[in-house]
Design a protein around this ligand. Structure first.
Ligand SMILES: C[S@@+](CC[C@H](N)C(=O)[O-])C[C@H]1O[C@@H](n2cnc3c(N)ncnc32)[C@H](O)[C@@H]1O
Length: 309
């Protein structure tokens, strides 16, 4: 299957990054290479861009797409290893970075990957990195009911997590749950009819299991701080999120780093805390109506950009 992905808020991301010719940039989520290519065009043959992705298909196809750019390096890695990857390339400071979180359209649309509730007969997989052990099959068939309920409720914000977890456990006693279609059927049976108006009945459960399989939320706060640490003064970080859980983490870290001393103002400061960044936009940027009509996935996207002080 051809790798195809629509790069969300491409112009807004580039504007946010304010790419400097000759600068060093990091794209943690290479995907189809759309954001990376736009950065490389702005670099105009100078500077350097290094990009990571967990998915071999993304690395292969973006490397081919960007083969003419000599100042580009793709690394198969979790972006959470930003420190190691940049140290390994001898990079001590960067001018900017972008994270476009979550899955690509290619991963969602490729039936073999088992990410989509729209596909009936895909094997439950959902691994971005297909060399990792844990898959959606393992989560659905081996996690106990309590853990399943916790994941579906916390990572999917699904009101009927308890019913879904209970029904998964009942169903798998007959035989293992193997396909996306079987999981969709369980979600459908677990949600009362009158609550099915708010989107596809399996959407939240699939999101939850995907987040668990790929550890999407763990250490996100740490890597944001690691990236800020290596930003030069005036350097920028742009983060695109697609659901409230990841946006909350990004918002909290940016708030923490952009707020200074929080001592009682009537007394001299004892905490010594200083602002490290400033938020370029007070509110997150969202996609234009024009973009959301072309690509419905951009409807829930939020872009936050910060600048290192
Ligand atoms: C939304 S797509 C990025 C699309 C890309 N910006 C473009 O314009 O084509 C997200 C990509 O990030 C990758 N990804 C998600 N989490 C990752 C992580 N922790 N480390 C490395 N790559 C990750 C996914 O495999 C996917 O290819």
């Amino acid at each position: 299957m051809k790798f195809s992905h629509y790069s969300v808020m491409l112009n807004e991301c580039l504007e946010g990054l304010a790419v400097k010719k000759g600068g060093t940039y990091f794209d943690g989520t290479l995907g189809g290479g759309g954001h990376s290519e736009a950065i490389l065009k702005k670099l105009d043959g100078q500077g350097f861009l290094f990009s990571t992705d967990l998915d071999d298909d993304a690395i292969l196809s973006a490397t081919e797409r960007l083969k003419d750019f000599k100042n580009f390096k793709a690394v198969k890695s979790n972006f959470k290893k930003f420190k190691d990857v940049s140290d390994g390339l001898g990079i001590s400071e960067i001018d900017g970075a972008i994270l476009d979180l979550g899955v690509s359209s290619y991963q969602l649309d490729n039936k073999e990957r088992g990410f989509s509730y729209m596909s009936k007969d895909s094997l439950l997989d959902m691994r971005m990195d297909r060399t990792q052990g844990l898959s959606a099959y393992d989560v659905v068939n081996y996690y106990d009911e309590k853990k399943l309920k916790f994941i579906i409720s916390c990572y999917g914000e699904e009101k009927f997590a308890s019913n879904i977890a209970k029904n998964i456990v009942i169903r798998r006693k007959e035989k293992p749950i193997e396909t996306t279609g079987e999981l969709v059927e369980i979600c459908d049976e677990s949600i009362p009819f009158k609550f099915k108006r708010d989107g596809h009945p399996a959407k939240k459960t699939f999101q939850a299991i995907r987040i668990e399989v790929n550890g999407e939320l763990s250490d996100l706060d740490t890597v944001l701080k690691d990236i800020v640490d290596k930003l030069k003064s005036g350097g920028r970080l742009a983060v695109l999120t697609f659901h409230s859980l990841e946006d909350r983490i990004v918002k909290t870290v940016f708030k923490e780093l952009s707020s200074g001393c929080d001592c009682d103002k009537r007394y001299p400061c004892v905490c010594g805390k200083k602002e490290v960044i400033k938020e370029v936009n007070k509110k997150p940027i969202t996609a234009t109506e024009e973009e959301t009509t072309i690509n419905s996935r951009s409807k829930c996207a939020k872009l936050r950009v910060i600048e290192k002080l």
